[in-house]
Every structure is written in C-alpha cells, then in structure tokens.
Design a protein around this ligand. Sequence first.
Ligand code: AMP
Length: 418
Amino acid sequence: MKDILPEEARIRDRVERIAREVLERHGFRELRTPILERTELFARGIGEATDIVSKEMYTFASRSGDSLTLRPEATAGVMRAYIEHNLHAAGGLQRLYTIGPMFRYERPQKGRYRQFWQVNAEVLGSDVPELDAELICALAQIIGACGVADYRLELNSLGCPECRERFRAHLQGYLRERLDQLCPDCRQRAETNPLRVFDCKASGCQAALKDAPVILDYICDDCRRHFEAVQDYLGLAGVRFSVNPRIVRGLDYYRRTTFELSSERLGAQSAFAGGGRYDGLVKQLGGPDVPGIGFAIGLDRLLLLLPEDNHEPRPAYLATLGDEARRAGFVLAESLRARGIRLEWDPAAKSLKAQMRQADKARARVALILGADELARGRVVLRDMDTKEQHEAALEAEVLAGELAARLQETEDKGKKS
Ligand code: AMP
C-alpha cells in the first residue's frame, strides 16, 4: 500500500475528473459504497473458487463477531446497494459509477499493489447488446481523453451458463490429460475453476494450452448473435478491437461479453481495464433477475501510461518586506484568494531574495512585492517571473485580482495547448 504524494495526487485528480465527466455525459450517476462489506457477499458474488476469494482478501472479525472484508472489487458492493435500496423499483436502466480504493493481498510488483484504485461503471436493467457496446465506447472515451492511444482492446464471449458449462467440461477433460505440464496452482484450477488456467502466466501452462478448446466454438446461437451485435456496434462507433477467445477474466460472475484493455508498456501486469456482462449476479445475491454489465479501470496502471503532464496551473506569489507589509500582505492574500486567485506566500521567509527563490520553486507566473514604501503609497510591485519585467499597480484587491486572473489564465491556456 503506498502513499500518494501531491504531484501524483494532482494527476489522479485530473484522471478521475475526466472519468466522471465522460460517464456523466453517458448518463451515469455516482454511487459511493462502504469500503467494508460482509465477507459472505464476496464469497457469494465473486465465487469461492476464485483467486480473489480463496487467497487475496483482507478478512477479519469485527467486535461483534461478524466476518468483514475490505472490498477486493466494486461490483459486489454496488449490487448489494442496488438491491438494498430498491434501485430497480424505478424501472428502466440504472447507470452507476463509483471511484475508490480496492484491497487485495497479492504479491506486490510494478503496477500491482495491495491497495489500488478503480473507476467502476455498471449498467443494470437490460441485456441488449447496444449497452455492451455503449459501455465499451464510454471506457474508450475515458482512456482517449486521458491521452492514451497505444493500447489493445480485446473482446470475448463466455456464453451463457449452459455454453460455459459445456465448454468447462471439455476444457477440464483436455487439462486432465496434461496435468503433469501444469503448475501446482493450475493442477488445482483444472478441478475447481478450469477457465482460470488461461490467465496463468507460467510457461508450462501456456504451452499446455496450445491446442486447448476455445469457448467461442461452444457458444449457443443466442450468445453468438449477441456477440456479433456488440462487435457490429463497436465497428459503427469506430472503436478498434480484436477478438481473443482466451480472455476469460478471473471472476465467476461473467456471462457473454468480456473485454480487457492492455498495453505492452506495462510489463507483466499489462491489463489496465476490463469488464463484462454479469446477468444473473443480482439474482444470485438475493435481488430480482436484472441483467447487468460493467467495467473497472485500474487507475494505478492507467497512470503509468499517461503522457507527460504539464497542465499544473501556475500560482501568483506574494513577497513582503517588514512587519507592516506582512500584516497588509496577509489581508491582501486572503482577499485575492477569495476572488479566485491561486496565491502562495511564505510569511516566515526572511529576505526578498529567499522569497523570490521560493516563487521560482512554486513556478509562480507573477510575483507581488510589497514593502513599507509601496504600502505607504498604496501601491504594489508586480513582477513577471518569466520576462522579469516589473511595474507598479494600485494596492486594490478587486483590480489586482482582475489583472492576475488574466495573466494566470493565459499561462494555463498555453499549458493546455502545448
Ligand atoms: P479485475 O477486477 O481483476 O479485473 O481488475 C480490474 C483492473 O483493476 C485491472 O485491469 C487492473 O488495472 C486493476 N487491478 C487489479 N488488481 C490490481 C492490483 N493488485 N494493483 C493495481 N491494479 C490492480
């Protein structure tokens, strides 16, 4: 679990804002659920045989003896809230999103942490393929708006439970004949959750899968039509994708459409977003039989892909000389900030030179210099920190705020263009 320092927090904030904006344009509304849920919710929702539930959850007993778990993913909690608050009673579609930390006890490495952040989006209420395509379009728009273009979008269909069961049996038969080639984990997966073997990175397991059956050969006509329609809509929207019948995803609840976004730039943990349809999950958790589909973006990994960011807004900096000027400066600083000006100062600094050094460090666009002499005349010196030009202006917050706003805005616009 890592600390997020200010430089990174600012970039995260920007990405989160982009995600909110794109999702809200698509009609999503925010839902915030607790970070803790009852353990059984995840056991029932995600599946006992998944890696997440069997070995990656932070689970503990509360004082009253309940077993609680730090959420390892968002969908189960969103479904619980959806059922608990009768959100389905409104009828029609519910488009919900949530942004926040998830927790998994995994071996840490680049792009893999024990506390990590996700943007989650879920559409509940219908299983028409337009919704699958629309959700994937929204996801692609978020990633595009973040400035990331070099990634792969891979699609698959896991079919309905009947297709999946048929496939599972065939795959299991195939794997049982090759148990000696599999890693110890996959030998067990072959029995409990054979589809998961596709996700194993071990070279022996990958080699053993070379001629393995693929799910797309086992899906029924309805599932096939659905999958074709999703691809058709993505094509119409100009979203580039490829079909990869080996994208199975780790969780038990997926049905039909599944998808994953990945980038070679990320190394071993190459997937930075993924999702799929989970018709049947709401019912399984005790709610009505409402179909749904969702995605999760791993923010920590998306951050590793972002282009260099030079959008940090530049502040004004106030330098004061002497006790009187510091007193007046205090009032000036607050009234400028109240008028929307981003302004920094250091009332503990001793010399003008030290304050100018700090102004440079803060990447200030303009410095306001206020000494006893200026104060007596009701003036303040404005110094352009880039050109070093100086001029005096009236010490009047309203007028100063206007001039500063124009200058700071100018640099922000320049930053955005570059
Ligand atoms: P999953 O629920 O496993 O499909 O994860 C969805 C996304 O969350 C992945 O594509 C990753 O980007 C991200 N993710 C999952 N586990 C971790 C982790 N331990 N650390 C950082 N990001 C993660």
